[in-house]
Design a protein around this ligand. Structure first.
Ligand code: CP
Length: 302
């Protein structure tokens, strides 16, 4: 994994996922490991973020690395018309690793093509969010004691939800069965469904959470991605399509965990937060350990 870009979840093999998850377990036991002293990590966020940026920065700090970057594109020279390629070529002169979020699909791939240091995609438009996927895998393995043969319900914006696209691709390596719950207009894209079919796995599509909730081990809720809609009226029609309530969990499997990449808007009522099924804030915490493991692997420190 040393010096590899992480642009899409398929850039890493199943064996590499497992290595990262095992390393993250080690970081969870001992989060402060001064193994990146002298290294500089750049976080370039052209789109808003709380968890991804801050957990990467927390991860780097806990390993002794220094962090540079920006959280608002308007404070960078792209606002003066500089191209993304020139920005990346410049930041390569200042950092050993670049973590980048960008609103355009394919931006991380382009960055990888011009960069002399590894690029980690922290989300590119509606395309991929591979590091979120790694922490989702970590959270699933931790709560289910396995990644194999699980039933996963994915709920909400399956069209624009980049975390969903990455997670489906990754879980295809572990014989998952997918329960896809969305409004008609936000169904999982055909290319991602094709991935499931190519692996000979099954998926089922529903429009109501109740149709699947009692069958699954993981209920992966997502926010409707307002920022991806071209017509705000289309967003208004589906924004309240799913609201998970505590009462809806009463017949769920004993091992069910509710995950959400966050941020949430209203798709999980706060009355779910204190149930034994709720796991989304621990999931966000797991992001630090997984990102420590990724930084260590890609910089060749561990
Ligand atoms: N899950 C996630 O990507 O959250 P942020 O947008 O806050 O980084």
């Amino acid at each position: 994994m040393k010096n590899k870009h992480l642009v899409s979840i398929s850039d890493f093999s199943k064996e590499e996922y497992i290595k990262i998850l095992d390393s993250a377990e080690d970081f969870e036991k001992q989060p402060v490991q001064d193994i990146a002293t002298g290294k500089v990590v750049a976080t370039l966020f052209f789109e808003p973020s709380t968890r991804t940026r801050l957990s990467f920065e927390s991860a780097a700090n806990r390993m002794g690395a220094k962090v540079i970057g920006f959280s608002d594109a308007s404070s960078s020279s792209t606002s003066k018309g500089e191209s993304l390629a020139d920005t990346i070529k410049t930041v390569c002169c200042y950092a050993d690793l670049i973590v980048m979020r960008h609103p355009l699909e394919g931006a991380a791939r382009l960055a990888g093509e011009v960069s002399s240091v590894p690029i980690i995609n922290a989300g590119d438009g509606a395309n991929q969010h591979p590091t979120q996927c790694m922490l989702d895998l970590y959270s699933i393995r931790k709560t289910q004691n396995t990644l194999d043969n699980l039933h996963i319900a994915l709920v909400g914006d399956l069209k624009y939800g980049r975390t969903v696209h990455s997670l489906v691709e990754a879980m295809c390596n572990f014989n998952a069965t997918f329960h896809l719950i969305s409004p008609e207009s936000l169904k999982l894209p055909g290319a991602v469904k094709m991935h499931i079919k190519e692996k000979g796995l099954n998926y089922y599509q529903y429009t109501e959470i109740q149709e699947a909730i009692d069958k699954v081990d993981i209920l992966y809720m997502t926010r409707v991605q307002r920022e991806r809609f071209l017509d705000i009226q289309d967003y208004e029609r589906v924004k309240n399509a799913y609201i998970l309530e505590q009462s809806m969990l009463k017949n769920s499997k004993p091992n069910l965990k509710v995950l959400h990449p966050l941020p949430r808007v209203n798709e999980i009522n706060t009355n779910v937060d204190n149930t034994r099924q709720a796991y989304y804030f621990q999931q966000a915490q797991n992001g630090v350990y997984v990102r420590q493991a990724l930084i260590a692997a890609i910089l060749g420190l561990k």
